[in-house]
Design a binder for this molecule. Structure first.
Ligand SMILES: *Cc1c(COP(=O)(O)O)cnc(C)c1O
Length: 456
């Protein structure tokens, strides 16, 4: 019993901790103190000394509160080599987009208010003109993400009806986005045509009936079927759907607004091309190659977009003002393609020449080595290969360079990876051939990495 008496009461403990209360607030310190006192009583029950437990309380509490104060969702360094990493938040935004989003958070704005007439406006109006200009489409509507865009389009044109899809395009895109599941939630009956590797025009024609609502073409974002293959090109599908009077939707996924080959990358179909090829509707993401915040777009025929906008799901899947502001600023950058790669981080990172990254790696290797040596690790400059990520150009890699971090023992890469994840600014690399590799393609400045590592 006497051992317990060595522990202070919660109130007594609080009077000795004015600094912690000042920093974190009375309630959080009280809650943390209760937990620590419970733990101390438990330790005494298991034979610990009261005085020892009491003496440890202040610094344990300080550590608990400091740990709890660290924001969970804090900036990290993405040195994985995957530029659009879905698990790391995909695109980082242009300064122009960040400024527009901040302004939208800080003050009221005419989101659904027409400043000319004083009457009601529509939130999509701020983006519709830009999207039509950039894609050549008649009209556009904006949703929470591309999964939502696909869902609402299927529900609008395929509920209680059939949607025809090639077996080679029944994709799963990570998590729970599987085309067949989305279809059933949209109330659409899936009609698979063709085979995994080959689908022909007659497969689509034979499947069309008076129950058909739409034909869906899906960009096979995250895999490629090679070898003995055949798919029906979009212009031919446009003829087939027009003859049958059904809607043709092309889900592009990453959907670039510009031809990436200008920046030395392989061509992905652009949204404007998909529109020109005759799709009635084209869906694509805002935070993949486009380089904006999470969003989904449907561009295409005005009468069809109007039908989608009347679907009650539109209200449930709409975008907030912060992202609309960021998107408007992002889309405006596309009006000046010459400076796009300077201003749009996704394109800047994707188009960074390997030589420049290799020079950075050579310059940084000795500095990083000095920071890691006291911890028993070494750093060497190395070649590596980046990826676009988010299902764009899945089989392509982009030559890159980085740092190869090694240490003694087979578990050295895992141990170092864990330590870098626990830094105040976590560093995420990837393990390859017995080393932790940090691809420097996405590193904005040498300082960012050196500062983060200095906390090791
Ligand atoms: C990524 C992708 C989606 C889902 O888009 P989100 O913006 O992640 O919701 C749908 N279809 C295709 C083909 C994709 O590549």
């Amino acid at each position: 019993m006497s051992e317990y008496r060595a522990l202070p009461s919660v109130d007594q403990l609080l009077t000795t901790l004015p600094d912690l209360i000042d920093r974190h607030g009375r309630q959080p310190v009280t809650d943390a103190a209760r937990l620590r006192l419970d733990a101390a009583r438990q330790a005494i029950r298991e034979g610990a000394q009261g005085a020892t437990e009491a003496a440890r309380l202040p610094h344990l509490l300080a550590a608990d509160l400091a740990a709890a104060a660290v924001t969970q969702l804090r900036p990290i360094l993405n040195l994985t080599g995957t530029v659009l990493h879905t698990n790391l938040g995909r695109a980082i935004l242009a300064e122009e987009a960040i400024a527009a989003a901040s302004a939208a958070m800080a003050a009221p704005l005419a989101l659904e208010f027409d400043l000319t007439t004083g009457g009601r406006g529509q939130r999509d109006d701020h983006l519709r003109g830009l999207l039509c200009d950039l894609t050549g489409a008649e009209d556009a509507t904006i949703l929470n993400n591309n999964a939502a865009a696909v869902l609402i389009a299927l529900n609008t044109f395929g509920q209680g009806r059939e949607a025809i899809v090639s077996r080679g395009e029944l994709i799963e895109i990570g998590g729970a986005f599987r085309m067949p599941d989305i279809m059933s939630r949209a109330g659409t009956q899936l009609v698979e045509v063709g085979t995994t590797n080959r689908t022909h025009p007659r497969d689509y024609r034979d499947a069309i009936s008076d129950r058909t609502g739409l034909i869906l073409k899906v960009h096979t974002s995250n895999y490629r079927i090679e070898g003995f293959t055949a798919e029906v090109p979009a212009p031919d599908l446009a003829h087939i759907s027009r003859d049958a009077g059904v809607v043709l939707m092309n889900d592009l996924g990453a959907g670039s607004l510009v031809d990436l080959s200008h920046w030395g990358l392989r061509r992905e179909p652009t949204v404007a091309e998909a529109v020109a090829e005759g799709a009635d509707l084209v869906t694509f993401s805002g935070d993949k190659l486009l380089g904006g915040p999470q969003a989904g777009f449907i561009v295409g025929r005005r009468d069809l977009i109007a039908q989608i906008n009347r679907n009650p799901l539109k209200r449930a899947l709409r975008l907030d003002k912060i992202r609309i502001a960021a998107l408007e600023a992002t889309l405006r950058l596309y009006r000046d393609p010459d400076r796009l790669a300077e201003r749009l981080p996704v394109l800047r990172m994707l188009s960074r020449p390997k030589d420049e990254i290799a020079q950075q790696a050579a310059r940084m290797a000795p500095l990083v080595r000095d920071l890691l040596a006291p911890h028993g690790f070494d750093a060497q400059a190395t070649d590596c290969a980046s990826q676009i990520g988010s299902g764009a150009l899945p089989t392509d890699t982009i030559p890159s360079a980085g740092l190869r971090l090694t240490g003694a023992g087979g578990d050295a890469p895992d141990r170092l990876a864990a330590r870098l994840r626990f830094l105040p600014r976590p560093i995420i690399g990837h393990i390859h051939a017995g080393a932790l590799v940090l691809d420097l393609r996405c590193l904005a400045s040498d300082d960012q990495l050196l500062t983060a590592l200095a906390d090791l």
